[in-house]
Structures are given as C-alpha cells and as structure tokens.
Design a protein around this ligand. Sequence first.
Ligand code: AMP
Length: 619
Amino acid sequence: MSTFLELGLREEISKALTDLGYENPTVIQEKAIPQVIASSQDLKAFAQTGTGKTAAFSLPILEQIDENSKETQAIILSPTRELAVQIGKNIQEFAKYLKGVKVTTVYGGANIDEQIRSLKKGSQIVVGTPGRTVDLIKRRALKLGSIRWVVLDEADEMLNMGFKDELDKVLDATPVEKQTLLFSATFPREVESIARNYMDNPIEITSGEKNKGSDDVSHEFYVVNERTRYEALKRIADVNTDIYAIVFCRTRRETQEVANNLIKDGYSADALHGDLSQGQRDGVMDKFRKKSIQILVATDVAARGLDVTELTHVINHKLPDQIENYTHRSGRTGRAGKKGISVVLVNGKEKGKLRSIERIIKKKFVQANVPSGKEICQNQLMHLIDKVQNVEVNTKQIEEFLPSIYDKLEGLDREELIQKFVSLEFNNFLAYYENAKDLNDLSSSRGDRESRDSGGRGRPRDENMTRFFINLGRKDDLNPARLIGLINDQRITDNIEIGAIDILDTFSFFELDKNFEGQTLSAFEENDPEFNGRGVNIEITKKERSGGGRGRGGERGGRRSSSSRSSDGGGFGRKRNDSGSSPRRSSSSDRKPRAGGDRPDRGSADKQSGGFGRRRRER
Ligand code: AMP
C-alpha cells in the first residue's frame, strides 16, 4: 500500500489528509490520483459509494492547480446541493495548507448574489449543481474558458434528475482541451452515453465490481405487512440500542409521516426531504451529523450528499422505485472501513425485488425476524446495566446529597434496590412490550405458521432444517454475514443450505440443512473455532412442538437456556400497556406534517418548477 506522498501528492496536501485522519489511500484513490497527475487522458471511475471518490478526483486536481492564477480551472458538477456542499467542504479541508487555492460552491435555493460575489474574487475550483452553474454562466459570473478539469460526479443521477441540457451547456462553455473525469457509484446505460458524448477515449478504473455494494455492508430483510411496517421499524430501532440510522422512504409524504410518528413516539428522529427549505434541511443535517438525532428519515434525493461515516444501519422503509438506488442507499453505511447493516422491510409482493437487487449488489439478503418484545426488553435492559456499570461517579458533586438518600433508602436490601431502579427506568418498555405480538408476516414467509407464537424460536421454521443455538450475539459483533462466514469456514459440506438467522444480543440461532445435523456438530467440535477471541459453542435447539406461547420456547439440548428469557412469555412485564403508543419517552409531539403530495422526492426544485413529472430546475 502506498502513502499519499508516494502517489505524487505534495507535503502540504498529505499533511491536511493526516489532519483529517486519512492514514492510507483507498483503492480508488490509489488508482485515480497517480493516473490524473501523470496523464490528461479522460477517466471513467467506478467506485462504490463511501470508497473515498471525492478525494480521488479532487486531490490530483489540487496537486496540479495553478495557485497564482485566479481563473477557474476546475468545475465539479454534482446532482444535489447537499453533495455539492459536501464536496466543496472536503476540498477546502484538503487545501487547508495551500494558501492560494479558493473554492466556491454554487447551488440553487441559496442567494445568487453572494455566489456571484464569491466567484468575482476568483476561484480556481468551482463545485456546483447543474442548474445554478448554467445560470451563473449565463450571467457571465462564471467563466469556464480556462477550465482544465471537468468532474461529473454521480453522472447517472444527474441524468436521472433531468439535467441532460444543463450538462450540455456547461460542457459547451469549456475549452476542447481539458480532462473530463467521470465518477459514479453505479453504471447504467445512461452513463455510457455520457462517456460516449463527452469523453475522449477514457481510461476506465474501478475500485471493485461495477455497481457492487460495499463488502462492509450486510443486507437483511424483514417480511412485514402494511399494518406492521411501522411497528417493525420501531422494534428494529428498539433492539439496536445504539442505532444511528437513515430510514429511507419513497415519497416526501411517507418521509414526513414516518418521522412525525417516530417523534411522537419519543424517538430521536427528524425528516429530510425536498419540501423543506434549505435552512431547515441544513439544520436537520447538522443535528444528525452531530448525533443529536439518531434516526434521520429521508428521501433518496435529500440524503444524497450526506456524508456520515458511522451509521449503524440504513433502513429501507420502502424499497426505492428504481432498484439501482438501493446501492446508493445501502452505501450510506459501511463507509470508511466501518461495518454496517442495510435493512429492507418488504411485504410479500415486494419480496421479488430482492432477487433483482441481489443480482446488482452481488450479495445475498439474509432473512431476519422482527425482534420479539422480549428480545427488545433484554437488549434494552442490558444496555441500561452496561451504562450503570460504566457511569463515572462524581463523588464530590453528589456527596452532600448522599446521607439523606442513604437515609431514605435504608429499609431496602440490595435486590430490592436494583429491582426498583431498573423498574423506574424500564417500566415503559416492559409494559409496552409485555404482550407484544409477533410482527413477522408469516403468511408470506416460507410457509411457516407455527412460529407465529412466541415459542417459535425453539424450532426451525422449515421442517427440512435443524435449528442451532450459538453462544455468540451482537455483543460479539456477530451479524448474519459474519455468521454465514463462520459456518462456511467449518467446511461442513459444499454449499450447505442456511435458513433463518436470528441474531440476539448475547446469543443467536441459525438453521441448517437437517441432513447435515451431525456433521455440523462434529465440524464445530473438531475445528473448535474462535470468534473475536471467544470459543464457539453450538447446540441443537429442542425440536418438539408444544402448544401455547408462554414459558416454553427457550429450551435447548434439554436444559434451560438463556434463550428462555427471550421467548417465554412470563419474564419481565407485569403491567398492561395502557398508553398504547410507545415505550420511549415522548419528546416533542407538536410538529406538524410539512409534506405536500405523496410523490417520489425528486429534489426541492420540483416544487418550484411545478411539481412531479416536470423537469428539475434549480433556482
Ligand atoms: P466519499 O466516497 O468521498 O464520499 O468518502 C467516504 C468517506 O470516507 C468520507 O467520510 C471521507 O472523509 C472518508 N475517506 C475518504 N478517503 C479516506 C481515506 N483515505 N482514509 C480514511 N477515510 C477516508
């Protein structure tokens, strides 16, 4: 692996990258940077989202830019204002130690006079959305006669959004002699046609298979129905105690509704879509980046430029209309070397789309079960206990209050005290989930009706499968993809069929072809594998089917297991949930829906140009 200096970048740039925490170039950077520095040949680069493509095109430009000239030498076009702003910000950070370099970002929905003033001062690099860029060219505020580089970022998306004319106009305003760089995460036919029309014998580089999803993302689906879709979303949020996620919706109305419901139910959530003003959108994005909201509910277009490296989940509340957009969505997680999970909620009818997506991303979806109330309570409780274990006690600040507190609690023994404080924090959750139903839409999933009751975890959903318990869970960083990897590593037999997987906090279940039951047990025993430094144990779960939901699901191998905590009905809950709304404390419920019609979000400019179906135009 090379260093940034070895790729041909100067000390000042390398230092700025070190400040940003970039230790080594990513694959696409390793390929693009020396190429663009050494040659002025046009370049088509296919990079998965989150692979560092912004730096891949901007660093070699910065390396070669003439700081002494104030002419605009590079124009970077991006489909959305959020993405443009993000790119502009990134370039400014990369150019931190290049004192003479100025970057201006231009986009619709913001004061054009300010942008004109900034351009007049002289910017070597201009980042813009197509509509506003054309506008500024017409007003003669942006002159492209000295352009040396044109970058088309996410060109497929620019075409999708109806910017073909604008692209023509911008490219027409540039000199013939220039280098055109086309960076895109997906590679539909339209991108080929851009390359044909605008590029001269481009060299092609890729940081992986075209359109393929990131290797750091695992893909899960949950089968739900329309009545349970939102409830399932809440359960996924509840079981993942540290969730930091984008929930994708198809339309602005759906986005606003889901966000309003989550807010009303006490989740730390907000909406991002094209009906919001630029100021509102900036505010929401800022809060999300700072993690003062955990769940961002967004349309595809609105979330496009959002660069957050630590998302735990991307949740497809509804699949996108164009399945190619799934790659963009799931690429929001698993960025910069971090692992992420892309979750899809599908009803029976939508399930077919998953196969087409699998062909595009070249990965398999793993079916997951909507968590049961007990699993959620267990996870939340353990999370609470972890927090108690780790909280720092500031004796100095609390000592003056302690004697009277000790006095008051004197009559309680240790157990009572623990029970009371857990109840205080937790009664809402316990009550809410006490009689929680199984939300998996079993009518459309593998014909398994038996696991409708809460005892379903103890046995396989398919009689050709054997259900195994494994002593690893989320706490060990286990996810479906890693579990499949672990199973495959045992070389039980070629292509063994793997069925449903349930990952819980501290343990999990998986199903394997019944014919290899014995071989599976002996393979794990002989190999004695370790996972994240932990010894791995598997056992066959108890198979007989007994009636009733309560007090029976969690036995495996003849002894009472910890799984009974998650599957028997008589665990935590005592009170009925009277509120019927949410286990989370409600924060602000007074926000009103801001959405307009129920239509796919094609950017805020739709509204200005007369609505759905019309060409997108930024002003
Ligand atoms: P991009 O594909 O340009 O949207 O980048 C995805 C994320 O990876 C951004 O948060 C970048 O800041 C980060 N990133 C890009 N290049 C590197 C690198 N060489 N090392 C670490 N992080 C990087």
